[in-house]
Structure formats: C-alpha cells, structure tokens
Design a protein around this ligand. Structure first.
Ligand SMILES: *Cc1c(COP(=O)(O)O)cnc(C)c1O
Length: 400
C-alpha cells in the first residue's frame, strides 16, 4: 500500500485504520469520530447495509461510542434498546413521532410539562395535524377520562413535574392508555433510573435530557430515548432519516459522567431532603415543595413509584412577601450556588421560574399553574450540605 502511493494518497491513507492487537481491549470506550465503517469484503458491507448482519456503516445510523451509552441506558431503564440524540428536545421529538407511527395522530399530554415540550407540541406537532389535549395528570380521574374520550395515539407525561414536583400515577395511566391502544411516552429527566423506571410501570418509551443528571457536570448537551422491543426498530429507522444523532465526543462525556451517577444522585437527594427540612423551619420561607413531605398531594404515587428512601434532588420554595426585585436581591446575595437555568449538575443551581422556565407563560396562566412570583427552585448539587445551607442563608438575609 505505502510505497506505491503518491503523496496526496499517502496523506489520506497512511497510519489509518490500524487494528488493535487482537487481544488488547481499551479499558474505556474510545471516542470514535470515524463517520464511515468498512469491512474486509463488499459482501459483508452489503449485508450490514441491508441489516442482515449487525455492524456499523455510517455514524448517523450508529457509532460504537454512542452504542456503549445506548446499551448502558437500555440496561438501566429495563428497556430493549436506546437511541442517543443531540439534545433532550431531539429525543422527545423522536419518541413522540415514533409513538404516533401507525396510530391516530393525537396526543393526550400532562398540563404541567417542560416549556419547550409545550412549544414542540403546539408549534410543531399541531401544524402537522396532530391533535393535542392537555389534562392534569395528577387528577387521575380527569386524565383517564381524557384518554378514554379522545382515544389518542400517544399519552405523554413527565415522571416529576417542574417546578412544583407533582407525581402522577404512571402505572394507572399506562393501564388506561393500553386499553385504548395508545403508546405511553415519559420524560424522566428529573427522576433518573435511580428514582423511577417508567418502563416497569407500563411506559413504552422513556426520554431523558442527558444534559442534566446523566452528564451531570454542565458540560454536555444530549438526549436519550429508551424503547421497549415493539417500538425499537421504528425509532431507529426514523432516526436514520431525521438524523438527530449525538456526537461521539458528547457520548463519551455522558458515559464518563454516568460512571458516578449513583454516587452523585444519592448525594444530591440527601442534600435536597436536608434542605427541604431546614427551609421548612426558616422564618422567611412561606412554603416548601419536596417529595418527602408527608402531606404531599401525590404521596401515594410517590410511595408506589419511587425507589425507597429517595425523593429526588429538586426542592422548590416560596419566600415570604417576595416580589421580583426581592428575589433578585436574594439571587445576587448567593456566593456559591449558581443562579441559572438547568439542573442535575454537581454544583447546586438556583432557578427563578419567572425569568427562566416559565418566562413566556402569561402571568394569569402562571398563577393558575400555582407558580407564584415568590417561587424559586433549587437543584441540589454534591457540595457539603452546610455550605449550601449557609449560602442560601446569606441570600435570604439580603432580602429586606
Ligand atoms: C432540559 C429538559 C428538557 C430538554 O432537554 P435539552 O437537553 O435541553 O434539549 C426536556 N425535559 C426536561 C424535563 C428537561 O429538564
């Protein structure tokens, strides 16, 4: 090969495509940046391209780094297979489109869902002729009545709602959906597979924004769909056409992050629980929202669906008499906690829904959703609890 080629060809070929020593195996999955895969014979390539034989051929279809992440997520969520995507939103779009293939073009969706998901449904799916019905997923009778009435192709909800942390009876909702032939899609970003596995309770497709807990370090944007066996082939063939593939560097970062997911998430849950308990006793705090609360409106669902002893890593709370300017003073008083948007990172992050997640929701609508102007949301990080507590104390002390 070498001697016969001219320099222009050498520049392209020499040193490339080296086989590793037959029995040498890298201890962590490398970042495979190659977009194309070749085989010893054209006949093998032909059978890979024709799906008669497993193998990679082109990175929009599959890639060894992404495959490692997909196998891990499928295992964790008790699914059949998974698809890694470039963002949580890309994962949601693929999951919902997969659910609607060969089914009526209609979705019954929980009312309190992620803002961009509402935009996806109202601005993209509606214009493609999909009928959307919103109902309160935590009002089981109303939600199942909406399913029975509209007999949708898909039912969509989140495992834990944002920012009021409501939890719907997924198991019962999945029964109602199954009875009318609807596929159940769950965005489980807030729960992670450590807190809840939606497929175990009857969901067909589970979505994560890997940008949050899975990546966990605020340095990677990504998404994952985990599917049951029935929807897997359709999901992958949709993705081959639409091309939402995660880059292999991002797949690597997510895999690296996930090695410590259990350690991080358990610690974040512990910190959140301790925070909720402390905030409840604070004279400047009006109300605390957290899933361990004995008087939580969905305590029964939490008992039925959550892993024992874990209640999630998000706490929301209202500050007494605070308006927007007082909340700003509180946020400016924080020294360690990161004021921003996102969640699930190793650092504690504080979000003010009014200027972030619920910025585009009309004030009247926000009020009806129960999201008041004095509400903030804390995503607990892995820091020492005392440092998180004293930083919040500093912020609260800054409110006159
Ligand atoms: C962040 C988030 C998304 C969107 O994920 P991206 O990775 O930002 O595209 C979807 N659902 C929930 C619940 C989220 O928190």
């Amino acid at each position: 090969m070498e001697a016969a080629m001219k320099i222009d060809s050498e520049l392209v070929h020499v040193g490339e495509r080296k086989r590793l020593n037959a029995d040498a195996i890298p201890s962590t999955t490398p970042i495979y940046l190659g977009t194309t895969y070749l085989y010893e014979s054209a006949a093998t390539l032909d059978s890979v391209m024709g799906h008669h034989r497993e193998g990679h051929s082109y990175s929009r279809y599959s890639n060894p780094t992404n495959e490692a992440l997909e196998q891990l997520m499928a295992m964790l969520e008790h699914g059949y297979g998974a698809l890694a995507t470039a963002s949580g939103m890309a994962a949601l779009a693929i999951a919902l489109e997969t659910a609607l293939l060969d089914r009526p073009r209609s979705i019954v969706a929980a009312r309190s869902i992620y803002g961009a998901t509402i935009s996806l449904l109202d601005q993209i799916f509606v214009t493609q002729g999909v009928e959307i019905t919103y109902a309160d997923a935590c009002d089981l009778d109303a939600f199942t009545a909406a399913i029975e009435k509209s007999k949708p192709g898909c039912v969509f909800l989140e495992s834990i709602s944002n920012p009021l942390l409501r939890v719907a009876r997924l198991d019962k909702i999945a029964d109602a959906a199954r009875a009318v032939g609807a596929a159940v899609v769950v965005d489980s970003t807030f729960a992670t597979p450590l807190l809840m596995r939606p497929l175990d309770f009857g969901a067909h497709l589970v979505v994560h924004s890997a940008t949050k807990y899975l990546g966990g370090h605020g340095d990677v944007l990504g998404g994952i769909v985990v599917s049951d066996e029935a929807h897997y082939a359709a999901m992958r063939s949709l993705a081959r056409i639409l091309g939402p593939s995660l880059g292999s560097f991002e797949a690597y970062l997510t895999l690296r992050g996930m090695k410590t997911l259990a350690l991080r998430f358990r610690r974040q849950c512990e910190n959140a629980k301790a925070l909720a308990e402390w905030l409840r006793t604070h004279p400047k705090v009006e109300r605390v929202y957290y899933c361990s609360d004995a008087s939580h409106p969905d305590a029964e669902a939490i008992r039925a669906l959550f892993a024992p002893g874990l209640f999630g890593a998000i706490v929301s709370f209202e500050i007494k008499g605070a308006d927007k300017s007082k909340i700003f003073a509180f946020m400016d008083g924080l020294k360690m906690i990161v004021p921003g948007t996102s969640l699930g990172d190793v650092h504690t992050l504080l979000l003010y829904p009014l200027i972030a997640s619920h910025r585009d929701v009309a004030p009247k609508m926000r009020e009806r959703m129960g999201i008041r102007d004095n509400l903030v949301r804390v995503a607990a990080g892995i820091e020492d609890f005392e440092d998180i507590r004293s930083d919040l104390e500093k912020g609260l002390a800054g409110i006159q």
